[in-house]
Design a protein around this ligand. Structure first.
Ligand code: ADP
Length: 256
């Protein structure tokens, strides 16, 4: 696409927060977990959210995924304002538009890898799109493991099943919370490579919370949070670049 053409095409956001605040508790226990955060997560992009412990990463992810309510401001998935939805419609939105990958793989031990991947669609009474499912399974490299149960798979393979499960229903956006947190570094690299591939080759949108600069370097963009605010961002990050940025935050925090 030429520069002139790209200038007139608005960036499509898969999800967007505008002046989003989240406050827990009242009085002495009041905590401002998110302080007027505005951020867009571009469609078909891989975004990492980083920041020190307690900076609001999980809260931002939970509010954007409709797992937690917002105190003020707006959280949208596509054009849908989450705070305008009642519980039932929110549940449907999460089921139909959002994929989740958690640190614990959350696979059912009695089901095979294939059954785990298709379980959310089975529950929703939806037929899987077979060619898509095959593409996902092939991209994840699980073709030879589909009849195995989770206990017969390595940690990396189990997490790839969890990623395939999130991708299978073609969600508008996948939220991954420290998806490599429980993996050895080789399995972690495997899962991160696959997440990046799902963005590049399948056009998936992924938002990943991580504290690991190497994990963040797989993303197209890193958004940094501190004290509930977005304080910086990096595009096309390298692990060294992310580490350098984190060190500067540490120094600023110590001298302020
Ligand atoms: P991070 O994911 O970056 O570690 P969190 O989003 O978990 O940060 O937390 C941000 C702030 O909000 C922290 O001060 C945390 O203690 C507080 N917080 C998070 N969840 C709750 C909750 N359910 N009740 C009260 N305070 C909370």
């Amino acid at each position: 696409m030429s520069q002139a053409a790209s200038a007139v095409v608005p960036t499509l956001a898969a999800a967007r927060a505008v002046d989003l605040s989240k406050i827990y508790g009242t009085g002495e226990t009041r905590v401002v977990a998110l302080d007027s955060v505005s951020v867009e997560f571009g469609r078909g992009r891989f975004t990492a959210i980083m920041g020190p412990s307690g900076s609001g990463k999980s809260t931002l992810m939970h509010c954007m995924a409709g797992l937690d309510s917002v105190s003020s401001g707006s959280a949208r998935i596509g054009e849908t304002e989450l705070s305008a939805l009642g519980d039932k419609r929110l549940t449907h939105l999460r089921r139909d538009k959002v994929g989740f990958v958690f640190q614990a793989f959350n696979l059912l031990p009695t089901l095979t890898a294939y059954e785990n991947i298709t379980l959310p669609m089975d529950i929703a009474g939806r037929k899987p799109d077979k060619p898509w499912l095959e593409q996902v399974i092939q991209t994840v490299g699980l073709s030879g493991r589909l009849t195995h149960r989770p206990s017969e798979l390595s940690g990396g393979q189990q997490q790839r099943v969890a990623v395939a499960r999130a991708l299978a229903a073609k969600p508008d956006i996948i939220f991954a919370d420290e998806p490599t947190g429980n993996l050895d570094s080789r399995s972690g690299v495997e899962v991160l490579g696959f997440l990046r591939e799902s963005v590049r080759e399948l056009g998936q949108t992924v938002v990943m919370v991580t504290h690991d600069p190497v994990a963040a370097s797989y993303a197209d963009r890193v958004v940094f949070l501190a004290d509930g605010r977005i304080v910086d961002e990096l595009h096309e990050p390298t692990a060294d670049g992310v580490l350098d940025r984190m060190r500067r935050f540490d120094t600023a925090a110590r001298t302020s």
